[in-house]
Design a binder for this molecule. Sequence first.
Ligand code: SF4
Length: 768
Amino acid sequence: MSATENTPLPKAQPPVKFTGLKLSAPKKYAAGVPALISTAKHIIEETEPGRGFKTLMRLNQKKGVDCPGCAWPDPDDHRSALGEYCENGAKAIAEELDKKRADAQFFKQNSVYELSLLSDYEIGKKGRLEEPMVLYKGEQYYTPISWDNAFELIGKELNKLNHPDEAVFYTSGRTSNEAAFLYQLFVRQFGTNNLPDCSNMCHESSGVALGETTGIGKGSVKLEDFYETELIIILGQNPGTNHPRMMSALQKAKKNGATIISVNPLQEAGLISFINPQHPLEMLGSGTTLSDEYLQVKINGDLPLFKALIKLLYEKEQTNPGSVFDLDFINNKTKGYQDLIESIKEYDLEELAVGSGISLSEIRKVAEIIASKKKIIACWAMGLTQHKNSVKTIAEIVNLLLLKGSIAKPGAGTCPVRGHSNVQGDRTMGIYEKPSDSFLNNLEKVFHFKAPRKHGYDTVDAIKAMERGKAHVFIGMGGNFLSATPDTEYTAKALRNCRLTVHVSTKPNRSHFVHGEVALILPCLARTDKDIQASGPQFVTVENSMGVVHSSEGTLEPKSNKLKSECAIVAGMAKATLKSETTVNWDELVSNYDNIRDVIEKTIPGFDNYNQRARIPEGFYLPNCAREGTFSSIGGAALLTVNDWEEIKLESNQFILMTIRTHDQFNTTIYGLHDRYRGIYNERRVLMMNKNDMQKHGLNERDNVNIISHFNGEKRVAERFLVIPYNIPEQCLATYFPEANVLVPIDSYADRSQTPTSKSVIVTVERL
Ligand code: SF4
């Protein structure tokens, strides 16, 4: 699609405009009274308060509705009557219950170009979608289309392709288990494994490292392990904003005597102290101190830090064998010990300390703490997974846990915290471009068809295929593909290259305005909406970070009778595309989601008696060979690995930049313009820089700069950001996405997982 004289191309990037920056000192505690005020504000201002507060009382309760925010688990036992949600869970609910409507009239009055001039925040506040909308070739305005015509259009375009691999089927982590299973079934019946998902951009590096070292690409701990652990190490994660209820678990762990060590380039309020709104008396105080040690590593300094820790632990172990390492566990449950130790000996402690940005004395102090502990949990998020060497870093952390025998026992293990409510469930359901043969064999047996065996495109490869004209149809199940992915202008070109782009969404987002020749928006029911099918009201299931599968049922009357459930939308696309080719009775499956769960039970191990167990109020745990200590899928022994480290060399005028979220943001959904904990208000185009670096580069607070990334001789520019002094290590910078995603090169991704390196981009800063 190309711009014409009269119709410029819709904007792929958020508008370059300032909104009135206000600064204050960063907070030293998270939650407390401000969290209650913010919760009430979002519910009262954006929803019909009655519906809003009623929904909050069902949120994350047994037989309630699952929070569409992150994937932090709910307590297996007692759920708080005061509320089992956090401030950001409430914001997610306010988004779904938005009382405004982005209906046909709205699209009639606003062209896609005009809408693309708005910020992602403004677009998201336009309200819930009401009915299917189509944008025909050369048109500027979306117009209504019937569901049947929409499905027919999709079927026609897909069947026009020369090969099923010319289509891409993306999934965002909000999709329920039932819808995800149907989606992959439709796509594989269509004949491709092109099933990229948001996991590719977030915890793929965790999946690769954990799969190889512990036999399963998921974490091994349960929530209750936090209550009996001795030590929690939190790396590259900001729970105060991205997994807020985790702070309650950390508080309880502290009360039970645990030590907490945080490793993060930024001093995050949610790692410093927590005022628990569930304890009214606490509101009067300064809360519970969380971190006992805070290692403010430089960006990408985690691998050398853990190498230094292992080297120091080994040296201490040498003085008294068995006093530091769990030799029994190492000898009976692992392999690779000798190679690891030989490799560690090669490294120089001083060099490792410099590489981490932490003084050797601090590292020695932390090594002493670790040496004395037997039950250790390591938690991490994007701060570890979005670097070129992420798989190695995570494998090194696993090395430390294995040497300490700190896995497969109470109070110990791995904990990659998922950022999207069902991203883990989607992968379990088969949303994966590299499906295992055993999964495809089962699928063929249950559905009597030949499944495609050639691995498909992950997110990076899918963007490239569309940009190079090798893929012509993009279908997105949820999410905001353009704003979530790297190299914004490149991705925009890829989407514009398509003959058809389709987005299943609840609200407008920028991906709707940067589109293929023809575009469709298919409005689905939200998680809180009542889902009625032929057999009556339906519930869905999701899987949290700890591998608990549990139900979620929406009870709110949908505000439009032209919405469909994700499952019904998939069935509609499948029938219109596969026609008589299909071996699946889609209507029967959708008529009662028990039918979907029955076929899931037949296809995927661990879902025995699925329908019965899905009705257990607290849900059920899936098998986990790392938690069980069998490591069965990798031959019965966990793997100690050798992970070489090389320092990222920077020129004196270069920085390493990480893209992060504000406190008013969930992935690409912008709830508001404030980043309260960091003391940044009403502005998203800010660049956090160390005071000494500002001085060195002659920059003052609020100076206007361009950020330029440098990769393989290529330059990418993010225009106009306000420099602000911030407590961040020298030669390290932080700013927000999606505004900075334009800087992340499509070819810059983690080895082996292909996760875009959004946390380590080499940049320079140009003063305007
Ligand atoms: S911690 Fe995560 S899942 Fe829980 S309420 Fe908050 S956003 Fe939702």
